[in-house]
Design a protein around this ligand. Structure first.
Ligand code: BGC
Ligand code: NOJ
Length: 812
């Protein structure tokens, strides 16, 4: 069953049934100020950091799900209702939620009135703008009582949810005209406040939560709304909220706009106050003034659309299949921007409290948007590298607000450093900016020990070389990409976290074949980079290590039919036919085939066939098989999950593209695309009841074939699945890939495709690409022409001439 439909022209997903199987959400903002918004206006806002600068409150995992948000209540004398159906849940005459690119429009109709709310964060603005349009479709004059609602969070989202003995006494607000200011802790150590305004005179307000709702009512039935009368309360402690009260009269056919601004301000120490205890409102008023008319709001929305028109014009495909095109051209790229902004911190599955920006996650996310905003990618690479240690190890996460490594999480994940090579190389290949390698980058944020980014890549490479185990494979450390394969953890205490608890790495023999494959792939990138820089001796040194690793993988990483996954603490095989459970894992098949290890001897084909046979399922490729059915203390968290979920044999979508890319290495386009479609959200729209999460974005995990309910997805939005699918489909399957010397066109498509068209803007030129497939092949280049002239290779030069070039490639 479907709950809406795609509108590709407007780049929107239109939900027409508010009872979606799970809140289907969207993100507003793409730089500093952010909001999450569900299809019924649930969600919250924060500035930069979902933990430390939470602006509005949210209750996770609530009953009912998704309670709390940016609500409007309308009392029309007959009914009390909300345009997004929730929280009132009064049956609407019509409902529609349009999730667009960084904006959401929620529209409800009841008793002859339409209420439409446009929510967005204008570019370069520290505020969310909400434009409420009320229209009288009836033939009579209608009088409405309208209440806005948002609940302030006391800034630190973690302590906000636990330290009530303090919290209930700290809350402070100011009300001036139609603006409600939230200034808790501004008096002491904070330099920031928030505000919520409306551009018309108000007839009342409330800022004390219990007075607004009444102690015994929920979000669905605020007492003041039911009574049609605000209490004009000023919060002192307890839980401050912001609610405006507006009386509206509409003639038949009349429409009125009301513009609300929910914003954030920072003031310098000596500019904090207007007078004693009266906050300096200058900046708030400036922002409010920027959006105080409908024309200004529409212009800001048009700017936002233009911004995205530009970003989404850099890579577009016309494959002949809408479901592919809308993902590649719109939603997958959009999701990549969102993962870039938030890493894994704030979604309806990530509380925004526990996790900051992941070192490995952010490097992988980079590959999904570097073509759009290379300048921000550059800054991100430097930020990430600054949290590395001199020995190449690094903090696993850093906080976006202060950009410092997160001590609570620590480090020791031995795959982490290698991803910095991926991030940096992707950036240079896109932009040609080798200069980034000379940037001086601190270690552990200490500028006194800064060295060039290139040196950071060297220590990343060497971190593997210096941490090899008994077989010559990389030691796994705390874990590799699979955070749940905790081979040195040995936890039997339910009160400790698998992720952060002390590891027994001393004397451990636990090695990772996945890191080995990763090392071959990014080690080769490192070698190539050294050669480009004329560092031949370093290139030769590194090449030796890579070659040795290839040999070691063939010798100790091959199980006969597939690549083994790892060696445990005691040096015993994991992911081998000899194991009782989890005989095969996806990660090492992905990385070793991407590295082409043993391709000539047929190892890659064998490994990929084993994936097809043992790991493939109706809903995607599962992580391991058979699933673990008991807890293995020597494997850790992976075996703590019930069979078929998460890292224990779930379809962990992040790694499916590794196999897709592996299939392109051996030229099997049919299989690569079959895998692509299985997890592609737009292909799953019809089974939304089962799939549950949004049909426009990838989820981290879909329950695998051993699960209770195969096909049910969880953890949508913030997942490396976004960038890896984009990377796989655009660079390896459609095969349009930035290289140092130009744009390589090397598609790997299904044999029954006649071809496709694509546009790629690259280093200042536009490439109109046409791929034709007369011989029903998947891969191989028969002919290339550029602007009608035959060309010797499928590596198309970086013309950089600001012009458009027609490139035709014949597969054969
Ligand atoms: C999850 C992983 C995640 C890790 C780190 C685990 O519980 O299963 O997917 O990477 O936590 O937060
Ligand atoms: C999610 C984490 O964000 C990512 O870093 C990790 O690689 C995967 N889970 C797999 O465990």
């Amino acid at each position: 069953m479907k709950y809406g439909y795609f509108d590709d022209k407007n780049r929107e997903y239109i939900i027409n049934n508010p009872r979606t199987p799970w809140p289907w959400i969207n993100y507003l903002g793409n730089e500093d100020f952010f909001s999450l918004i569900s299809n019924s206006a649930g969600g919250y806002s924060f500035y930069k950091d979902a933990k430390f600068r939470r602006i509005t409150r949210y209750r996770y995992n609530n009953v009912p799900m998704d309670s709390g948000g940016k609500y409007f209540y309308i009392n029309d004398g007959e009914s009390i209702w909300s345009p997004g159906w929730k929280p009132c849940k009064t049956e609407l005459d019509s409902y529609e939620c349009r999730h667009g690119i960084n904006y959401t429009i929620i529209k409800g109709e009841k008793n002859g009135i339409t209420a439409r709310v446009l929510y967005f964060v204008p570019l370069k603005t520290w505020a969310e703008v909400q434009k409420l349009t009320l229209t009288n479709n009836s033939k009579k004059v209608i009088k409405l009582k309208v209440f806005s609602f948002t609940e302030w969070c006391l800034w630190n989202a973690a302590s906000d949810m636990e330290n009530f003995q303090r919290n209930f006494s700290t809350g402070e607000v100011e009300i001036e005209g139609s603006v409600i200011y939230h200034k808790t802790e501004y008096k002491e150590r904070r330099d920031h406040y928030a505000y919520y305004s409306v551009n018309v005179p108000i007839q009342g307000y409330d800022t004390d939560r219990e007075s607004f709702f009444g102690l015994y009512n929920g979000f669905d039935e605020p007492q003041v709304v039911a009574e049609g009368k605000p209490k004009n309360t000023e919060a002192h402690g307890w839980s401050p909220i912001a609610s405006h009260f507006i009386e509206v009269e509409l003639k038949p056919g009349e429409s009125k706009d009301f513009i609300f601004v929910l914003g954030y301000v920072e003031n310098k120490e000596d500019e904090k106050w207007e007078s004693k205890n009266v906050i300096n409102k200058k900046k708030a008023k400036e922002t409010i003034a920027k959006f105080n008319t409908s024309a200004k709001v529409e212009a800001a929305l048009a700017d936002l659309r233009k911004y995205w028109d530009n970003l989404l014009s850099i890579y577009t495909v016309d494959s002949g299949d809408d479901r592919i095109d809308r993902m590649v051209n719109i939603w997958n790229q959009y999701q990549c921007m969102i993962t870039f902004c938030f890493s894994r911190s704030a979604s309806f599955f990530e509380s925004g409290i526990g996790r900051g920006m992941g070192f490995r996650d952010s490097n992988q996310d980079l590959t999904g948007f570097v073509h759009q905003i290379p300048e921000r990618a550059r800054e991100r690479i430097i930020d990430i590298a600054s949290t590395q240690f001199p020995d190449g190890g690094c903090y696993h996460q850093y906080q976006p607000l202060n950009k410092r490594g997160n001590n609570d999480i620590g480090g020791g994940f031995n795959d982490d450093p290698l991803w910095l090579i991926l991030g940096s190389v992707s950036y240079i290949k896109e932009t040609g900016d080798f200069g980034i390698l000379n940037e001086k980058v601190p270690f552990d944020n200490d500028v006194s020990v800064a060295r060039s980014l290139f040196d950071h890549l060297t220590v990343s490479f060497d971190h593997v070389v210096n941490n090899l185990g008994p077989h010559g494979l990389p030691l796994i450390g705390r874990a590799d990409w699979n955070d749940c394969l905790n081979l040195n953890c040995f936890s039997n205490d339910p009160d400790e976290s698998f992720q952060t608890t002390e590891n027994k790495t001393e004397g451990s023999k636990a090695e990772s074949v996945m890191i080995a494959g990763l090392f071959v792939v990014y080690g080769r990138d490192y070698v190539e980079l050294c050669k480009r820089l004329g560092k031949d001796a370093e290139a030769a040194r590194a090449q030796k290590h890579v070659d040795t690793m290839v040999d070691v993988i063939k010798k100790y990483g091959w199980d006969g039919e597939w690549f083994i996954r790892a060696y445990d603490y005691y040096g015993r095989k994991i992911g081998s036919n000899d194991n009782e459970e989890a005989k095969i894992f996806i990660e090492s098949q992905g990385w070793c085939t991407m590295a082409g290890i043993g391709k000539e001897e047929g190892l890659c084909t064998k490994a990929l066939n084993a994936v097809k046979e043992r790991l493939d399922s109706k809903y995607g490729i599962v992580l391991n098989n058979p699933a673990f059915t008991r807890y293995y203390i020597e494997y850790g968290e992976i075996s703590s999950y019930p069979a078929g979920y998460k890292e224990n044999a779930g379809v962990f979508c992040h790694n499916n593209p590794w196999i897709m890319i592996g299939e392109t290495v051996v030229g099997n386009g049919d299989r690569a695309w079959d895998y692509y479609k299985k997890i592609c959200p737009s292909y799953l729209e019809e089974i939304s009841d089962l799939h549950k999460t949004e049909p426009y974005v990838y989820a981290q995990m879909v329950a695998g074939k051993d699960a209770f309910k195969p096909g049910e997805a969880k953890n949508s939005w913030l997942t490396g699945t976004a960038s890896w699918n984009f990377y796989a489909v655009t660079q390896y399957m459609l095969g349009i890939r930035p290289e140092y010397d130009g744009l390589l066109i090397d598609p790997c498509i299904p044999t029954d495709w006649k071809g496709f068209k694509a546009t790629r803007k690259f280093r200042g030129a536009t490439y109109q690409i046409e791929v034709v497939n007369p011989d029903q092949k998947s891969k191989g280049i028969k002919e290339v022409t550029i602007d009608g002239m035959p060309y010797k290779s499928n590596l198309i030069p970086a013309f950089g001439d600001g012009k458009e070039h027609k490139v035709k490639v014949v597969i054969g």
